[in-house]
Design a protein around this ligand. Structure first.
Ligand code: UD1
Ligand code: CA
Length: 470
């Protein structure tokens, strides 16, 4: 058989995944932020398959939505078994006469491109009609048991296996290489005479074996045998992927102080000499520069962090933290927040849709929303923007070098000019011109306090000063 015969890959992803006990199709469950099916797809890439097909069925639309452009979805209307899924895929491959058909169950996210390559290699060099990936497991429960004899491979599903067959620990990992004409022929002869009333793909091996020999290929790296049928297995597989991601960052010069408590999704990038401290979680399109200290307990999603920045005990969602900027402890950067280089958002602040200019500081206990802060400004502790009037959001502008006293309330829309200064507790509802000091809205006693009124009513005392306290 020629080495150059094309490879077609079919990923089976139409099943519901009953044992997940989920409203979501099994292959959509994520590991380190990526849906299960996408790991399997990526593993086929280095083989340069001529065609990459994904059999979809249960929640087809949702599964199709996560597929890459070049993966062609093929609809299996009814989930009549793995054999039926391959039958549907073969219909999509009509006209292709020759080649290797790689069939991969969509629930083995740890399968590596290396293993796929070796399987195809083994298949080609043996010159057989079918090759199946197997492994000997300590706990084979739930999987099909494999018996190989003189060019024939027989797979018995656990539910149909006899006591002695169950004792066999050699299992089918749901990954096969077939000669295209052989699988076509064998699929058309499948019947659903089994416990499940399904078409079992595994039954084709015996047929093909008798016609043109079938062989097994033994998995080398046992980690890859972590198939996912339930949530405990999902967690086990994710743990392995999580460690792989951490190892890759560490090899590239990132210090991870406590790998056991650090969760970094596959898509995250981190520069060298950055230190990730315990309890941190980095997700989505988060990108972190070099020489940063992230954590402890940083929770960043889709957040960009420049070089030499610090993020301690804080949450970021769609925010940007510039070079040398610092955040935390205990602050929340919401979407649209941009900290320019050297800016600081300190303790217990919430910042939303706001630009904090170069070197400016929001050091303590503030809410700043829809605001533009110039360079080298300082917001006093407890400075709050009243950006929402109950109907619409309004913007606040704070000029370069401006200073707000503690507990300044900024009633938007409002501007505090360059080098302006607001007094402690001031309520700023009109623009403060550049270079001016604004104070005001001192509290006045206007009536008796409610608790005093209640106490008086309890003791049936008259109001002393007409209800007015001085
Ligand atoms: C299958 C194998 C079993 C093997 C195990 C490895 C068969 C009959 N049995 O069992 O020998 O040890 O995989 O994981 O194949 N799917 C479809 N359409 C369907 C049914 C399933 O696309 O009609 C997809 C599922 O989405 C899943 C894959 O095929 O990704 C495997 O299906 P699953 O039901 O998990 O098969 P197992 O019972 O685990
Ligand atoms: Ca399975």
């Amino acid at each position: 058989m020629s080495q150059s015969a094309p490879i077609f890959a079919v990923i089976l992803a139409a099943g519901k995944g009953t044992r997940m006990k989920s409203n979501r199709a099994k292959v959509l469950h994520t590991l380190c932020g990526v849906p299960m099916v996408n790991y399997v797809i990526e593993a086929t890439r280095p083989l340069l398959p001529e065609g990459l097909f994904v059999v979809v069925g249960h929640q087809a639309g949702l599964v199709e939505a996560v597929l890459p452009q070049d993966a062609k979805p093929v609809l299996q209307e009814e989930q009549l078994g793995t054999g039926d899924a391959v039958r549907v895929a073969l219909a999509a491959l009509e006209g292709e006469e020759e080649g290797v058909l790689l069939v991969i169950n969509g629930d083995g996210p740890l399968i590596s491109d290396r293993t796929l390559g070796e399987l195809v290699e083994r298949h080609r060099s043996a010159g057989v009609g079918a090759t199946v990936l197997v492994a000997e497991l300590d706990d084979p429960s739930g999987l099909g048991r494999v018996v190989e004899e003189a060019g024939v491979v027989r797979i018995v599903e656990e539910r149909e296996a006899s006591e002695s067959e169950r004792a066999n620990r050699l299992v089918n990992l749901g990954l096969y290489a077939f000669e295209l004409p052989e699988i076509r022929e064998a699929i058309s002869g499948l019947s659903a005479e089994n416990e499940q009333g399904e078409l079992y793909l595994t039954d084709v091996l015996e047929t093909i074996g008798r016609r043109s020999r079938a062989v097994t290929y033994r998995l080398k790296n046992p980690e890859e045998a972590n198939l996912v049928n339930d949530r405990a297995q999902l967690a086990r597989a994710e743990e392995i992927l999580r460690r792989r991601i951490l190892d890759a960052h560490m090899r590239e010069g990132v210090t991870v102080r406590d790998p056991a408590s650090t969760h970094i999704e596959a898509s995250v990038q981190i520069g060298r000499d950055t230190v990730i401290l315990p309890g941190s979680q980095l997700r989505g399109e988060t990108r972190i520069g070099s020489d940063c200290v992230i954590g402890p307990s940083a929770d960043l999603q889709d957040t960009l962090v420049g070089d030499g920045a610090l993020v301690e005990h804080s949450v970021g969602r769609g925010a940007e933290v510039g070079n040398g900027a610092s955040v935390g402890p205990y602050s929340f950067l919401r979407p649209g927040t941009v900290l320019e280089p050297g800016a600081k958002v300190g303790a217990y602040c919430e910042v939303k849709n706001t630009l904090v200019g170069r070197g400016s500081k929001v050091p303590h206990l503030s809410y700043v929303g829809d605001t533009e802060i110039g360079a080298d400004a300082n917001l006093g502790a407890g400075t709050i923007t009243a950006n929402f009037d109950g109907e619409a959001k309004h913007r606040t502008r704070i000029g370069d070098g401006a200073f707000t006293g503690v507990n300044t309330n900024l009633i938007a829309p409002v501007t505090v000019g360059e080098d302006a200064y607001t007094g402690a507790g001031s309520v700023i509802s009109k623009d403060v011109p550049p270079g001016k000091l604004a104070v005001g809205a001192p509290a006045r006693a206007i009536a008796e306090s409610p608790q005093r009124r209640r106490k008086r009513a309890e003791h049936d005392e008259p109001a002393r000063d007409g209800g007015l306290a001085r």
